[in-house]
Design a protein around this ligand. Structure first.
Ligand code: FE
Length: 361
């Protein structure tokens, strides 16, 4: 397959016109050519490392057929790698998700455990019934090879006793759903933890005499997940974060749930009732619950909110998430990389998705 006369956007080399050749699953040649005009933009396929479901599929009760369908739906939003994310649940429920997603393959890169080892005070839309402290005994059961990412609060009992175990298992730890103050964030950062879950939701706010979780995330060299649906974060906050952190430290996510890409109505999240109205998902008490965002809309929003370059957009929508999880063979338009690509028009609307060298949308 050859993509000709396109604007190539690579997160490292930047933007240039040329052709991309693909053989089998890989990019075999990238040629720079001075075309006077181009119709389409080629970027690395999008990566969503925090998503609980979409289109009626809920991670917690998805069958292996549902995971497959989810991966296929995701191609229509440009997503070529994703990490289904659990919510706080019993050990058996988590094991069931691991079992059902095990051999699906496709664009599933692993599982993100969001909870259950988080703060009750900052539970957000997580079911408090299941929130608990981590123990090595439980981790030995639930940390299988599939688990790539875990969101935990550093103030939960045992947190600092289990991080070495998780690192040994190559699980990336992300701080989230936490009431922790600067000192605890700093201690966690110094222990090698370098990312924050859905910044700045479920963190304490920034006060000028106590910078809280929000200030700690900005001040220390953390990577930040961000939900750019215009609901979880105001556009000014997204732009402010971009101006402070730059495009190397931001990871776009959807945090979507089963109500995403469906009509307004009543849905479930981790056993809790969620209402969707005007694309906003919330619990009965008004707490924002998950999102109805699809990935390519979040990408367009980030561009609109920050006016970043396309090269920067390729970082926040793909490259940063992959590098943070130590996935090194994807996320670039470069010879030898896996041919996971999106083709966009000049309005950044999705025209095609290519997954492992095949047109899948
Ligand atoms: Fe969350």
């Amino acid at each position: 397959m050859k993509l000709e006369k396109v604007l190539i956007v690579d997160p490292i080399k930047g933007e240039f016109t040329g052709d991309v050749e693909i053989e089998g699953k890989k990019i075999t040649k990238v040629s720079v050519k001075d075309y006077y005009s181009y119709d389409n933009i080629v970027m690395p396929g999008f990566v969503d490392v925090h998503t609980h479901g979409q289109k009626g599929i809920n991670v917690m009760d998805a069958s292996s057929e549902d995971f497959k369908k989810w991966a296929e739906n995701n191609f229509s939003y440009g997503v070529t790698s994703f990490i289904p994310s659990t919510v706080s649940a019993s050990k058996d429920q988590i094991l069931k998700v691991l079992e059902n997603s095990k051999d699906v393959g496709l664009s599933i890169e692993g599982i993100h455990l969001e909870g259950p080892f988080i703060s009750l005070e900052k539970k957000g839309a997580q079911n408090p019934q299941y929130i608990r402290k981590p123990t090595i005994e439980e981790l030995e059961e639930i940390i299988t090879e599939q688990v790539k990412l875990i969101t935990m609060a550093p103030e939960v009992e045992n947190f600092f006793d289990v991080i070495d175990y998780l690192k040994e298992k190559n699980v990336v730890i992300s701080l989230g759903h936490t009431n922790a103050d600067f000192n605890l964030f700093k201690k966690a950062f110094q222990s090698g933890i370098n990312r924050i879950t859905h910044f700045s939701n479920a963190l304490t706010p920034l006060h000028h005499r106590n910078i809280g979780g929000t200030g700690s995330a900005l001040y220390l060299d953390f990577h930040l997940e961000m939900i750019c649906d215009g609901i979880h974060l105001s556009r000014e906050f997204v732009d402010l974060t971009y101006q402070i952190k730059g495009s190397d430290k931001i990871i776009l996510i959807t945090d979507s749930f089963e109500g995403a890409a469906l009509e307004d109505g009543h849905y479930k999240l981790g056993g809790l009732d969620v209402t969707v109205k005007d694309a906003k998902a919330f619990l009965a008490d008004g707490t924002i619950a998950s999102s109805t965002l699809v990935f390519n809309e979040g990408v367009k929003n980030f561009k609109k909110f920050t006016n970043c370059s396309l090269q920067e957009l390729a970082k926040v929508s793909s490259y940063n998430a992959l590098r943070n999880l130590n996935i090194l063979n994807k996320g670039r338009i470069e010879t030898g990389y896996v041919a996971n690509l999106v083709i966009l028009d000049k309005n950044l609307d999705l025209v095609q998705t290519i997954f492992e060298g095949r047109r899948v949308f």
